[in-house]
Write a protein that binds this ligand. Structure first.
Ligand code: SUG
Length: 445
């Protein structure tokens, strides 16, 4: 069956801010409490979506989530009217207010893990929203993620949207950021590769010492079971705990795969030789030949990979049989990475083009091109069955730019989160957005 890959980018929400909430994510910690520009952030994301749609790549979006999350604030004891809840949280626990206001759902690589119909036992596309339970500000995203996915992928003949895994450390799940499909073309049965940071129950698996490993082996295995993946076509690889301690908080900060290509850093995995051998064998079973493109430390250090987000790129299959690498501007500004990329494109290997974007607003919170998108490979019938209002077109792009210009602030500082007007602005913007996208009731929580 032939299929087309759609990238569902997260539309940046109006409360995008820098709150330093992600311990282990170097950018989030370095930019804590600086002023953000939500308008620019949303426009930068939309520019990427538009440019890729114009190039003919499948492009859609996932809507931002309702903020502030009053349910979260009320659940931890802030009572009264909405205005009272905000003012008490701002006074007594500003960090909790920041958690309730986080625009982190923009990084849709963490929204869910997706297994296309070619891979699953029942021939449906399966989604498991990620519980993101490692971080307070993200642990409540899955409720609205599930709601949005169920609204977009409503047709149960084609799609199954599961509930998130139990929200407990044993099942720490960060979604597609630690998951890649490897195959010949998107419509083929693929090997699904899950990369985990630690195991809850297998004490022999070494864990990082300094920063948390967010994804567990047990969570990856549970997702594979829920999706009905076959054991022979599922591979689990352990991330190198040392690189987690250097700021690689998701595998997509150090590796990216597409079709039969795995583009990865020498230090990405705990046991590279064995892991890649397993992958090769599994891929043989689906008639695909692994093309492993390894970047050595001597070419790009882990620190440069983390600073530039070289691996947090999108690898997109093109009609000429080659791939484009979608990278952030930071890659061009890092001398080692820029030199490496020049050589990569000149090498005649799979990547023959670089497409770069200014995504600085998101990058400053640790989110590059790959974080901003959730990949869903869909057959023609599935494309027809999904909600069409989220597919990126020139018309939708212009409508959303006007909507952003009308509703978004161009400066947000931590203290602004206490402003009750902000909550009303965000709500008004999102109500209008649900009409634009043809998803009425999306925010009636
Ligand atoms: O979970 N940053 C996100 C970045 C997610 C990037 N996603 C992928 N690599 N796929 C995170 O750490 C920062 C929020 C703040 O500090 O305000 C934040 O949540």
């Amino acid at each position: 069956m032939s299929a087309r890959e759609f990238n569902f980018d997260g539309l940046v929400g109006p409360s995008h801010n820098y709150a330093g909430l992600s311990f282990g994510n170097v950018a989030s910690f370095s930019n804590v409490k600086s002023a953000s520009n939500p308008k620019l952030a949303a426009l930068q994301g939309l520019a990427k979506m538009r440019a890729l749609a114009q190039r003919g790549f499948g492009q859609a979006l996932l809507p931002p989530q309702d903020r502030p999350n009053f349910r979260l604030l009320r659940s931890v004891g802030f009572t009264g009217t909405d205005a009272e809840v905000l003012s008490r949280a701002a006074k007594e626990a500003p960090v909790l207010l920041a958690c309730a206001y986080s625009a982190s759902p923009m990084w849709t690589a963490n929204a869910a893990t997706v297994s296309p119909s070619a891979d699953t036992a029942d021939g449906r596309t399966h989604f498991t929203p990620a519980n993101l339970n490692n971080k307070l500000h993200r642990a409540h995203e899955h409720t609205q993620s599930a709601r949005a996915l169920r609204a977009i992928f409503k047709d149960e003949k084609h799609f199954a949207v599961h509930d998130a895994l139990p929200g407990t450390p044993a099942f720490g799940d960060e979604g597609a950021a630690n998951h890649t499909r490897l195959c010949s073309t998107h419509g083929d049965s693929a090997v699904e590769l899950f990369v985990y940071g630690r195991s809850e129950f297998d004490v022999a698996v070494p864990a990082p010492q300094k920063y948390p490993a967010r994804q567990t082996l047990e969570a990856s295995q549970a997702v594979a079971r829920l999706h009905g993946l076959s054991a022979g076509r599922t591979v689990y690889i352990q991330q190198n705990p040392d690189v987690i301690d250097q700021g690689v908080f998701h595998n997509d900060v150090i590796a990216v795969g597409n079709a039969n290509v795995l583009f990865y850093h020498e230090q990405a995995f705990a046991d590279t030789a064995n892991s890649l051998e397993q992958l090769r064998q599994a891929m043989d079973g689906v008639g695909a030949k692994l093309n492993a493109i390894r970047v050595d430390t001597a070419q790009v250090s882990v620190a440069d990979a983390v600073a530039s987000y070289l691996f947090n790129s999108q690898l997109l299959s093109k009609d000429n049989g080659k791939m484009a690498l979608v990278i952030p501007h930071e890659c061009q500004e890092n001398a080692a990475v820029a030199a490496y990329l020049q050589g990569l494109v000149a090498s005649g290997d799979a990547v023959d083009e670089l497409i770069h974007f200014d995504l600085r607003q998101s990058m400053r919170n640790g989110g590059g091109p790959a974080c901003l998108r959730l990949r869903v490979a869909l057959t023609e019938a599935e494309v027809a069955a999904m909600h069409q209002g989220v597919v990126m077109t020139e018309t939708l792009y212009h409508t959303l730019v006007a909507w952003v210009e009308k509703h978004y602030r161009d400066r947000l500082e931590p203290a602004d989160l206490a402003d009750p007007a902000l909550a009303i602005e965000v709500h008004t913007a999102l109500e209008e957005l649900s009409r634009i996208l043809g998803l009425p009731g999306l925010y009636d929580l």
